[in-house]
Design a protein around this ligand. Structure first.
Ligand SMILES: Cc1cc2nc3c(=O)[nH]c(=O)nc-3n(C[C@H](O)[C@H](O)[C@H](O)COP(=O)(O)O)c2cc1C
Length: 191
């Protein structure tokens, strides 16, 4: 797996996306990235930042393996079945985004990329976050799970005694890497 698409939407949990980007940047992956408007709002809120655009955000972190696309850019390569990403990650995934993917509504590049990986039988992983879930959320996630989508809740575990927020973020990113088959030392495994 080399070509990964990451969509950042407006659910809480921008830190997960940032850790994912940092860890992918240490490895041999090409990352196509897009950030929705609400995703950028949450990045700013949760990082106490004031990025005026997703370009500012990417430049500030200095990710070297990331190609950024505007979230309305349906001409981006990953928008086509002839250039499908090996994996489409949406992290964090808003319930609105989950619902639109479940309904086949490709209203932005995140949803279009998800739609394309599904039609091309590639992998889609959604790092979902809401609390509590209503029946619409649960039905959408069940439907997506039934068609092969991995629904990963942004719910860190506590059995490994995390000592800080960083540990909790690493646990979730490590679980995503487990599914992707990427070796890591992001958390200590249960023995
Ligand atoms: C501070 C903040 C936190 C939010 N957290 C969540 C969340 O955890 N889950 C969710 O589904 N929506 C959350 N939202 C609402 C989404 O941002 C909103 O539904 C938005 O339309 C999602 O759009 P997008 O999928 O295009 O990014 C939050 C909004 C704000 C401002």
């Amino acid at each position: 797996m080399k070509n990964i698409f990451l969509g950042i939407t407006g659910a809480s949990g921008a830190v997960y996306a940032i850790r994912l980007l940092e860890e992918l940047n240490k490895r041999d992956f090409n990352v196509s990235l897009t950030v929705t408007d609400d995703g950028l709002i949450n990045i700013n809120l949760e990082l106490s930042a004031s990025y005026s655009s997703s370009e500012d955000f990417v430049n500030d972190f200095g990710f070297t393996n990331v190609t950024l696309y505007h979230y309305r850019d349906f001409a981006a390569p990953v928008s086509s079945g002839s250039n499908t990403a090996d994996l489409c990650l949406v992290a964090p995934a808003s319930m609105g985004c989950v619902g639109r993917i479940a309904s086949g509504i490709s209203s932005n590049l995140v949803e279009r990329c998800a739609d394309v990986v599904l039609k091309e039988n590639k992998k889609l992983l959604l790092l979902v976050r809401e609390a509590p879930y209503n029946s619409i959320h649960l039905r959408n996630m069940l439907y997506l799970s039934e068609i092969g989508v991995t629904i990963m809740p942004a719910s860190p575990a506590f059995y490994y005694n995390p000592s800080n927020i960083d540990d909790m973020i690493n646990f979730i990113v490590g679980k995503i890497f487990d599914i992707m088959g990427i070796e890591h030392n992001l958390f200590k495994r249960w023995t």
